[in-house]
Ligand binder design. Structure first.
Ligand code: CA2
Length: 149
């Protein structure tokens, strides 16, 4: 059974907790990483945790997750959600289930944020639960491997 979850974070998420706390909260990206590692450990998953401001680096990580036979990819594509056909293509080409996460409820924000290019190719999407969305996404990844009841 695959044991690694890749948690990928897109552009500007390195600023979490340092700017716009009214929108994105006070937790830092390091706090998100701790949350992910703790939650993953409950399910016996290892975590590869990355953030990049570069579209190509995110695509490389998606492809790497495929080559490594990862259990799941949890990705907050951030601004690239709303622009990137290249990220969509990487997700479409990936044999790994992709769970898309947004800290905010993108549907309650500006119209241009309502469409994510990634969502049609995602196994599921979580938005609006703050950074807990990452934990919920890891729970969802574990549920994909749970025996049917
Ligand atoms: O709600 C989310 O998680 C978003 O993916 C965040 C993106 C935004 O473009 C999406 O529409 C929704 C923005 C990430 C920028 O993160 C910052 C964090 C703190 C301060 C400034 C930016």
């Amino acid at each position: 059974m695959p044991r690694t979850v890749y948690v990928l974070n897109g552009p500007n998420l390195n600023l979490l907790g340092t700017r716009e706390p009214e929108k994105y909260g006070r937790a830092t990206l390091a706090d998100v990483e701790t949350l992910c590692r703790e939650r993953a450990a409950r399910h016996g998953f290892e975590v590869v945790f990355r953030q990049s401001n570069h579209e190509g680096a995110l695509i490389d990580s998606i492809q790497e997750a495929g080559h490594e036979g990862a259990a799941a990819i949890v990705i907050n594509p951030a601004g690239y959600s709303h622009t990137s056909v290249a990220l969509l293509d990487a997700v479409l080409a990936s044999a790994v289930p992709v769970i898309e996460v947004h800290i905010t409820n993108i549907h309650a924000r500006e119209h241009f944020r309502h469409r994510s290019f990634i969502s049609p190719a995602a196994r599921g999407v979580l938005c609006g639960f703050g950074i807990e969305g990452y934990g919920l996404a890891i729970d969802a990844a574990a549920a994909l491997f749970a025996p049917a009841s």
